[in-house]
Design a protein around this ligand. Sequence first.
Ligand SMILES: [Zn+2]
Length: 251
Amino acid sequence: MLIDSHTHLRHTYSPEELSAFLSNPPDDLGYLVEISTNNDEILTSAALRGVPWLLHAAGLYPENAALFGTKMRGEFLSLIERFPPHAIGEVGLDYHWDYAGAPEQEKLFRFNIETAIARNIPLLIHSRDAFDDTFRILKDYALKIPVVFHCFGYGPDEAEKLIPEGYYLSFAGNITYSKAEPLRAAARLVPHDRLLLETDAPYLSPIPNRGKKNCPEYVGITYRYVSELLGLDFDSLSAQIERNFRKVFGI
Ligand SMILES: [Zn+2]
């Protein structure tokens, strides 16, 4: 069984393509985590509920930071009450795009973390060009919930800091890119029981599909690549990823 632990189906497929995908998923795909990054997406995710192999994550992504306030917060909390997610995410800090200042992003990130703690569900982290602050803020909480660094985008030094914390690292198709040596070096360091794989579709198509729209069907390419990178056979890697995923999501 293959698992795509992070994807955006509604950005990947047209409504027609999406219903075809849901009614006829790839044979080897066991689970997929669909990500909603704002209140509108949580509401529209309701239409995708009831598919047993589809898990939902909901979070206020850093781009919401500038407008985050009582209203957005209240709406978010009532939406996740109506449509309980399996995880809070993707949430965190992004200093690459000019979404909002660091203090505004931190305030929103802390709200997301505290929501995950209150609901006792996993936290899926988005962190770009913001490792030190992400790490500092997470360390403020003695987190007992699983923490996943989705689409891990740093290198071995950062991985070495995350591993002792018990965090999970999830790698996407960009690990196949020629300039991704830091990602490969990080992946080699991660204990196998802390590894997840994902597409982050529609972004970051693995080679040889780089430049094309990514889709969950391509997750197997990343499985194959990582199995060769780590010197594991494909089936052992798949079984290990499945165990890790079940542990994180409690399924
Ligand atoms: Zn994403």
